[in-house]
Design a protein around this ligand. Structure first.
Ligand SMILES: Cc1ncc(COP(=O)(O)O)c(C=O)c1O
Length: 383
C-alpha cells in the first residue's frame, strides 16, 4: 500500500520499525549499546551513535514523508547543515541563496571559510544567469532556502535543481519553513532536503533538532558514513518527541496555514501596515510560483509596520497571543523582531539593503482560533 496520502503517512510511516511487543508507538530506547550474540554476529543495532531504534523509527518516517531513501536526524538544524558540508572537499565552492538564514550564513562565513577553506557565493537563485555566472571549477553544491526568512521570498526549486543537475552540482534545499506537507523538494529534483525539526516537525516548541534526507542511495551512504563519524545525532528522547509531533503535522500545518492566510488578508487591509509579505496572497510578486510548488502560502507572515521605533515597541508590547520569541512553527503564535533578534548580527545598512527594517516583524501563526488572533492584532495595532 504505497498510495497513502500525506495525512495517513504522518500517522503510519515508521510503523514497521516497531517490533516484538507491538507497542502502538516506538518506545524510547536509551541504551548506548546492544549485546551481540557472538563474535562476528551483529543484530540490527550495535551502538546508538550509529543507529538507535527510536531514532530509526523517526528517521524512516522523515524519509518517507519527504520522499527520500534515507534520513539522518541530528542534534539541531545547524548540526544538519554542518553535516551536509562534510560531503564535500575542503576547498569546495558553493552557491547560496542571497537571503539565506543568518545561522547558515554564519556557519559558512565565520567557520567553514576560515577552518576548511570553503568559499561561498550569495546570489538570488531566481536569477539563473547569475547562478551560471557563479559556477567555478570547484563548485560542488547549491544551497537553496525557500521561503526565506523573514521576507518569504521563494526560489523556483525545479528550475535551480535542473540547472544543478546539468552542471553536476548537488542541490540541497532547506525545507524548514514548509516541511514535506507544504512542498516536496526531492520530487522537484533536489538531491538533499535539510530541516530544522525544532520548528514545524516537532511543532510544540519543546525540542531542538535537525535532519537531512537523501534522494538516492549513493548520497545516503555518504551521509550515513559522515553521520557516524561526526556523531551529532538526535537523542532518543528528542527523536521520540519529534516523532510524536510529526503525527499531527498534517492537521497543524493545515490549521496554521489557513490561519496565516486569514491573518495576512486582514493585515493587508490595515492602514498602519506598510507591507505584508505572504506568498499565499494574490498580491505577492511570486504568488504564481507559490501555487506551482507549494500547497499553501505557509504559516509565516511578515509585515513592515508604519511608524517609528516606539510605535513598533508599543504594538509588540500590547500583543497577548503572539509571543515575542525566537523560533517559529510551534502550536502557539509567535512574533519575531528581525532587527534585534534573528538579524541582530547584520549591520543596519546591510540589513536595510536586504529589505529588513526596524519595523519588520515576522509572525509565526499558531493553531489558535483565527478570529482571536486577528482580534489580538487589531487591539495592538489600533488601540
Ligand atoms: C530556515 C532555517 N534553517 C535552519 C535553522 C537552524 O535550525 P536550529 O535552530 O534547529 O539549529 C533555522 C532556525 O531558525 C531556520 O529558520
Amino acid at each position: 500500500m504505497n498510495s497513502k496520502k500525506f495525512a495517513t503517512q504522518v500517522i503510519h510511516s515508521g510503523d514497521q520499525a516497531v517490533q516484538q511487543t507491538n507497542p502502538i508507538f516506538p518506545p524510547i530506547t536509551t541504551a548506548s549499546t546492544f549485546v551481540q550474540p557472538n563474535i562476528g554476529e551483529f543484530g540490527d543495532f550495535n551502538y546508538s551513535r550509529c543507529d538507535n531504534p527510536t531514532r530509526s523509527a523517526y528517521e524512516s518516517a522523515l524519509a518517507e514523508l519527504e520522499g527520500g531513501v534515507y534520513a539522518t536526524a541530528t542534534a539541531s538544524g545547524m548540526a544538519a547543515t554542518a553535516l551536509a558540508l562534510e560531503l564535500f572537499p575542503a576547498d569546495s565552492h558553493a552557491i547560496v541563496m542571497s537571503s539565506v538564514y543568518g545561522g547558515t550564513h554564519r556557519l559558512f562565513e565565520t567557520l567553514r571559510s576560515r577552518t576548511s577553506g570553503m568559499s561561498f557565493s550569495y546570489v538570488d537563485l531566481n536569477d539563473l544567469a547569475a547562478v551560471e555566472a557563479c559556477i567555478q571549477p570547484n563548485t560542488q553544491f547549491i544551497w537553496i532556502e525557500t521561503p526565506t526568512n523573514p521576507l518569504l521570498e521563494l526560489v523556483d526549486i525545479e528550475a535551480v535543481c535542473q540547472l544543478a543537475k546539468q552542471r553536476e552540482l548537488v542541490s540541497i534545499v532547506d525545507n524548514t519553513f514548509s516541511t514535506a506537507w507544504n512542498q516536496q523538494p526531492l520530487a522537484l529534483g533536489a538531491d538533499i532536503v535539510m530541516l530544522s525539526t525544532s520548528k514545524y516537525i516537532g511543532g510544540h516548541s519543546d525540542l531542538i533538532g535537525g535532519a537531512l534526507i537523501a534522494a538516492d542511495k549513493a548520497l545516503a551512504q555518504q551521509l550515513d558514513r559522515c553521520k557516524t563519524t561526526v556523531g551529532a545525532i538526535a537523542s532518543p528522547f528528542d527523536s521520540y518527541l519529534a516523532l510524536r509531533g510529526l503525527k499531527t503535522l498534517d492537521i497543524r500545518m493545515e490549521r496554521q496555514s489557513s490561519n496565516a492566510l486569514k491573518v495576512a488578508q486582514w493585515l493587508e487591509q490595515q492602514p498602519t501596515i506598510e507591507q505584508v509579505y505572504y506568498p499565499g496572497l494574490e498580491t505577492h510578486p511570486q504568488h504564481a510560483l507559490c501555487l506551482k510548488q507549494m500547497r499553501t502560502g505557509g504559516a509565516v507572515v511578515s509585515v513592515r509596520l508604519k511608524g517609528d521605533e516606539e510605535a513598533v515597541k508599543q504594538f509588540v508590547g500590547k500583543l497577548q497571543y503572539f509571543m515575542l520569541a525566537e523560533s517559529l512553527g510551534g502550536v502557539e503564535s509567535m512574533i519575531n523582531h528581525a532587527a534585534t533578534m534573528s538579524h541582530a548580527g547584520v549591520p543596519e545598512a546591510e540589513r536595510e539593503k536586504m529589505g529588513i527594517y526596524y519595523q519588520t516583524l515576522r509572525l509565526s501563526v499558531g493553531i489558535e482560533d483565527a478570529d482571536d488572533l486577528i482580534a489580538d492584532l487589531e487591539q495592538a495595532l489600533n488601540s
